[in-house]
Each structure stands twice: as C-alpha cells, then as structure tokens.
Design a protein around this ligand. Structure first.
Ligand SMILES: [Zn+2]
Length: 536
C-alpha cells in the first residue's frame, strides 16, 4: 500500500468541547536594575528578592516489547528490515469490522516490568480507546489504557553524585504503536508523505514516571536505570536511536519551596540520552528566563531541534478529555489471579542492583566498578563468563574488571561498538588467555597492542605474540647488553642520576624499552639499570 498524504502538518483536533482555561499562573516579581541603584547594599537587597526556582521533571517512556507478534493481531513484529507494508493485516490496517485479540506475552512482559519497578499489579485491568485523528493512526483511535492500567505506584532508585534517590513510577500500562510516516520533499515537486503500516500495532509499553526528578542529570540517570532494568528483563531492545525506546519529558519550574509549578511543557523528538539531557537543560533555562521576564508560560508541547540545540513550540498540550477515552468494547477486561502474578514474580531474572551487590560480595569488586560492570547486562555476562568459562582464569576479578573498564572499553569506544560487538571478536576465553600472558609472557604495553590486534583480526593472543615475536625478553644476559649500551651512550642522564635525579632512571629505562621494541621485562630492566649504575 502506498498512500500519499497532502496533510503534512499537524491536524488540529476537532473541538467538540471547549478547552479549559489554563491553570492560574503565579506571576513572579519583576526587578528593574538601573546602574545608579547598583550600590553594594542595593545588590544585596535585590539578591534577597530574586526568585529562585527548582526544576520539576517527569518522564514518560515508551518501549516496544520484544514479542514475536503484534499487540492485537498475528502479524510479525520483525519489521525493521522488511519492505514497507508487508507485515500487515485487516486488524493492524484498521479495517472496519475486524476484531482485535490481546497478546498474552505482551501482558506478561508488562507485568514483569511492573514488578521489577516495585509496582502494584491491578486486580482488574481493561483497555480503552484513545481517539485522535492523525495520518499514522490507522483506526483513528489507539487501543491504550486509561483509568485501569495493568499496574500502578512503583519506584526505582537512581544515583547522582553518590546520592541515592527513590523516583516514583506512576503506572506501567500497555498500548500499541502507530504506523510510520516518511516525509519527502523532492526538488521542484510538491512535498508528499508515505505511510508504512508495518509498525502499526507493535506492542508498546508505557512507563509513566512521577515528577520527582529535579535536574536533567537525574532524568538521564533515571532513563539509563530504566533501560538497564528492561534489558535485564529481556522485554525490549531499548534502542533509542532505532526508536524501540522513546522518551517524552514533562518539565516545569516552581518557586523554591512552593508546591505549585508553573505551566509545564512536554518535550518530544529526543532520540538519545544526550538529547534528553540537552533538551531539558535548555528548557529549564528558557522557562526561568521567561518567568524572570514576567512572561506567561503556556502549557504546550515543544519539539527538540537537535541541530539548533533549542526547543520550539509545536502545539498547545492536549488534556485527557480531548481524547474522549472510552472502554474498548471489542476486548474483555483482564483479571489477574494473585497466584499467576506470584509465579511471574518468581521467574524474574536477577536485576541490576541485586547483581551489583552479588558481584561486590562474591568477587570483592568496588561499588564503582560493580556499578559500571552491571550497568549493561551484556557486560556483566561477559565479566562472569570470563570468570566461569576460562580454563586459564585471570589472576583476579579486580584485574579482569580493570581490563574491561580500561582497555576493552577504550577499544569499544574507538570502534563505536558495544560489548556484544567486542565479544564477537574476542571471546571471554581469549581475553583471559591474554590477561594470563600479560602477567608473564608480554609486558602490559605490548598486551594492549595484542588485544587491539585480537579485536581487529579475531586471532588468539598466543598466535599474535608468536607470529609477531612479541614475547617479553626476560633473559638477563640479553638485557644486560642493551642496558650497558644505553648507559654508555647517555652520559648526561647517568650523571644526573648519580647527582640524585630519580627522573633520569625513568629516561634510561625508556631508552632500553625503545631499543627492545617494548619487549623488555620492565622489572628486570630497572633491576639491571640500578645494578649497573651502582657498579659504574
Ligand atoms: Zn496485523
């Protein structure tokens, strides 16, 4: 199906009912400062009355669920690389007269998530129609949940600057994704839009957070934590760039100490954690400026424009009654048996915080290292697989974590890959083998080069060391010769050392390492240098 739409811009909702007036705004005081009033006493007096605000942020996160079929029909959800409009049927195309059915796996994934977020699972839940006209909404309504969501009243912990904060989760509910619009603007032709219905009806879980976040950094940490939990549960890929994990942010400000916020803005179009952080930072500043200038802040939806680093007004924000919610007559309500909920709870995998605490207890990792390692399930798996699978075994978990958080992370960053990509090239066993060699056969600098080559070629540490003749020189006789040569040709450094300049020893050592192509055993070099300098 190929549909051409002439309606490119947002279609205003029909207003069957009048919008309520905006919430009353508290107008902050205005201060005018003239140069003549800028005496020291004057400044102090003014500072006392300058309004201080705090930022109030609540996030709404949508995550596509990793089910095989769509939310209300049997179409496959594996649409990412499929040709447009090939994963469709009368149900997800929104044909009249068809009947939806509920995807049980999607309900279970949502219950799992809700339990992991410490929510209460509702005894009774139902689906509702959310009505709004938009070209990507095939039926003209979305089957979502309104007043009886699957779960409510949970929380998750975040850590910012070493402080732990409990952030409320209002509810976790289930709905469906919409079709994808592709906008084209050909040269010298009318712009047009295409509709790809493959995404229509993909299960979408919404996690609504309480407005408990007080800074863009807290919002970022909340998102990272939520994503980690969903990844541990295996309910979503949580790829923000690919759109399987999306975030809208409600942000407002309020005078410090007050319970009433000024009108909030909902920010959309943020496609990365960084974008969320930058958009919120920009918006918090913009709202303060508006308030300081005595301008009214309307309740509105704003879009983040990444290229310009600003948010722009898109439309006035809808209220719930604009959507004319009513119960979905084609789907039965669900009643969860407590035994089933408990069974799901018992099947929950180990979650990030529990795994972090276990790694600290079991392997003696520091809180900092354990947090970094368990921050990604794949990284934590790699870490534990190294310890379990390796026949050789690294010297210690601490040494392994140093490698993972140091050199391995550096290689991943430099190659824009993650631990999954790294694992495809270097298996846990291969990394352990290298770590063992780094304690004995090669020095640490060489080991890092070997790891880089292992990642690039997929070869084993031993092969690379042998092929490139990189093994460490620990032969005293062989090194003695080099050490003497270096001492004889660096008279000034030798004199400096003898005059008490310790720094010169490092210089001489560098010269030996250079002469041996970095292969000399550093400990032995120092020993020989000190001995020969003493003798000479
Ligand atoms: Zn379908």
């Amino acid at each position: 199906m190929r549909a051409t739409l002439s309606l490119l811009s947002y279609i205003p909702l029909p207003r069957f009912i009048s919008l309520p007036t905006h919430l009353p705004l508290r107008k902050p005081p205005r201060h005018r400062i003239t140069p003549s009033s800028l005496s020291a006493i004057g400044i102090i007096a003014i500072l006392k009355f300058v309004m201080e605000y705090e930022t109030v942020i609540g996030l709404e996160v949508h995550a596509q669920l990793l089910t095989r079929s769509k939310m209300y029909c049997r179409c496959s959800t594996a649409y990412a690389s499929a040709p447009p409009n090939t994963h469709v049927c009368p149900v997800c195309l929104g044909m009249p007269g068809v009947l939806p059915t509920i995807n049980q796996q999607a309900v279970e994934f949502t219950v799992m998530t809700a339990l992991a977020l410490n929510c209460t699972i509702s005894d009774y839940t139902k689906f509702d129609r959310k009505n709004y006209p938009y070209p990507d909404l095939m039926k003209g309504y979305q089957i979502s949940q309104y007043d009886a969501p699957i779960s409510h009243d949970g929380w998750l912990n975040i850590e910012v600057n070493g402080n732990s904060r409990k952030i409320g989760v209002t509810r976790v509910h289930l709905e469906e994704d919409v079709a994808k619009l592709i906008h084209r603007t050909p040269k010298n032709e009318e712009p047009y839009s295409l509709v790809d219905v493959n995404r229509s009806g993909v299960p979408l879980m919404e996690v609504v957070g309480e407005p408990d976040l007080r800074s863009p950094e807290e919002a970022r940490q909340y998102l990272i934590k939520l994503r980690t939990i969903l990844q541990y549960l295996g309910v979503s890929t949580c790829n923000m760039e690919e759109g399987s994990f999306r975030c809208d942010a409600n942000i407002s400000i309020r005078p410090m100490g007050s319970a009433d916020t000024l009108a909030k803005a909902e920010i959309k179009n943020m496609n990365s954690f960084r974008a969320v952080y930058l958009a919120l930072e920009h918006e918090a500043k913009r709202q303060r400026k508006q308030a300081d200038e005595g301008k009214k802040l309307p309740q509105e939806t704003r879009g983040w424009v990444e290229a310009k680093g600003i948010t722009v007004a898109q439309r006035s924000k809808e209220y719930a009654h604009d959507y004319r919610y009513f119960p979905e007559p084609d789907l039965p309500p669900l009643v969860f048996k407590p035994e089933w909920v408990e069974e799901v709870r018992a099947r929950l995998p180990e979650l990030p915080e529990a795994r972090r605490d276990r790694l600290m207890a079991e392997y003696g990792l520091s809180l900092y290292d354990a947090n970094l390692i368990t921050g990604s399930k794949d990284m934590a798996d790699y870490f534990e697989d190294c310890l379990k699978e390796s026949k050789a075994g690294p010297a210690s978990a601490k040494e392994l974590s140093n490698w993972l958080l140091g050199e391995v992370s550096r290689i991943m960053n430099a190659n824009s890959t993650d631990i999954k990509g790294f694992r495809e090239k270097v298996s846990p066993n291969q990394l352990c083998e290298l770590i063992v060699h780094a304690q004995d056969v090669v020095n640490i600098t060489t080991a890092k080069l070997v790891l880089e080559e292992m990642f690039n070629t997929g070869g084993s540490a031993e092969d690379i060391i042998n092929r490139r003749d990189l093994s460490q020189i620990s032969d005293t006789q062989q090194l003695e010769e080099t050490v003497l040569n270096v001492i004889n040709s660096n008279a000034q450094a030798v004199a400096d050392y003898k005059a008490g300049k310790q720094q010169s020893l490092k210089f001489l050592m560098g010269q030996v390492m250079r002469a041996t192509g970095g292969r000399a055993n550093p400990g032995l070099v120092i020993e020989l240098l000190e001995k020969k300098l003493e003798e000479g």
